[in-house]
Ligand binder design. Sequence first.
Ligand code: MG
Length: 318
Amino acid sequence: MDGIPPALDENELVRRLVSIGWRGSRAVRLGPGDDAAFLRGGLVISTDMAVEGVHFRFDWISPEEAGFRAGAAAVSDLAAMGAVPEALLVSLAVHGDPSVAVELQRGVRAAGDRVGVAIIGGDVSRSPGPAVVDVVAVGRARTVVTRGGGEVGQGVWVSGSLGGAAAAVTAWSAGTEPDPRARKRFAAPPDRVPLGLALSTAGLACAMIDISDGLVADARRVAGASGVRIRVDTGAVPVDPGAGDLNLALEGGEDYELMFTAPPGAGSRIRALGQEMAVVLTRIGRVEEGKGVVLEDDRGRHSAPGRGGYDHFAGGTP
Ligand SMILES: [Mg+2]
């Protein structure tokens, strides 16, 4: 992080980096700013980096689990576009023991196996510091679901349950062992590719994102991209049984569930789809006029959430 002014938060840094790298191109249908880019011809591409000491620690999970987690997180961005994975590329940097690279690669491969794709290339280097796993996920779609499709009157939905991964990190950071369910949520993010594809194909997801930085932070991204406000009924948010804490479900990240907005009146179709796919789908709020995210509790009390989500440049531990 040398040379990054401390006042520059992660969002602002990303804005600066995008402004340096991006210019419109006829090959590109959707550029930076969503879960993945979308090229003419149907390719969907995303990259996701995991850094030891920032995203994971080897005294928390094994190298193979860290690789699996990185691979699953990369694939999750394809799921959030409604795309089908086609291949992965993996770049690894490890300190000292090269067998760590082998274990990391095995883990990424297992994440690829789960969605039926191979690792088609990559790179490996020695690192003088932490281990790094960077996974490029390549997929395909006829059309994609962006973060920008939210419109007033739509419902807001989430898959699975939230807060488990953050509960595991909280326990490890406090020097204790996490609840096994929370540990599993951190080490083995779910495969939401079939769900993302089904929602996209059925026209049930108007805007969609995977929850990597926390429900509130990622809902704010959808609200911003769509030019709307998202109202979250906090009593409806499905808290992971391994977390048991609403705040972790709202603010904790890395659950890699899908949040999407759906047309009014689509509730019964969405619930039926969830049953068919054995994924719990919960309506947690609605899209309305305005901007940002508003939290509303069971008694109708409102609160403006804090910034929410993990900022890699704000200091502290993950
Ligand atoms: Mg994402």
